[in-house]
Design a protein. Structure first.
Length: 168
């Protein structure tokens, strides 16, 4: 399965305005991920945080975390690949590294958009955070007429999690 998980603001931004090395998530963008660090053990949020790290390989855009070329290898056999030679090449390498485990398109928004436009994403997990950023990088900007089917909705005081199947 090829999936992606991103936190977005109520107004649809996956990153705030003025992204830079000092502010990789843009101004105010870090608020989109506060729920991850505040998740209490046993809560629905904590369970979903645990699911964030179960893929066999991850594909990231080059700017994600100010990263560079090549894979990052983590304990437990998880490999990260950066989209430096095109999305198809990165996906092929990630699938080979993942074996029978999932491949996660880890972001940012422009990377997820590439896989949506190419019809290569099977599920999209959106974590809707009750903040308004007003500007920045929208998750679904320029993806065309992609159709989604809601599969699961989990609400908490900090965030609403929606898992969508991407329809063919």
């Amino acid at each position: 399965m090829v999936n992606a998980q991103l936190s977005v603001s109520l107004d649809g931004y996956a990153a705030g305005p003025h992204q830079s090395l000092e502010h990789p998530l843009g101004e105010g963008g870090e608020r989109l991920h506060e729920w991850v660090f505040a998740a209490e053990e046993g809560s629905a949020d904590a369970q979903l945080v645990g699911e964030l790290v179960t893929a066999g390989a991850y594909v990231m855009g080059r700017r994600m975390f100010g990263g560079g070329d090549g894979p990052w290898d983590l304990e437990g056999g998880t490999t990260f690949h950066f989209v430096t030679h095109g999305p198809e090449s990165a996906l092929e390498r990630a699938r080979a590294a993942a074996g029978d485990r999932d491949v996660a398109i880890a972001g940012g928004a422009s990377t997820v958009q590439q896989y949506l436009r190419a019809g290569r994403l099977e599920e999209l997990h959106v974590h809707i955070v009750p903040v308004v950023l007003g500007a920045g990088e929208r998750l679904l900007e320029g993806v065309g007429d992609v159709r989604f089917e809601p599969v699961e909705v989990v609400a908490s005081p900090a965030v609403t999690h929606v898992r969508y199947r991407v329809l063919p």
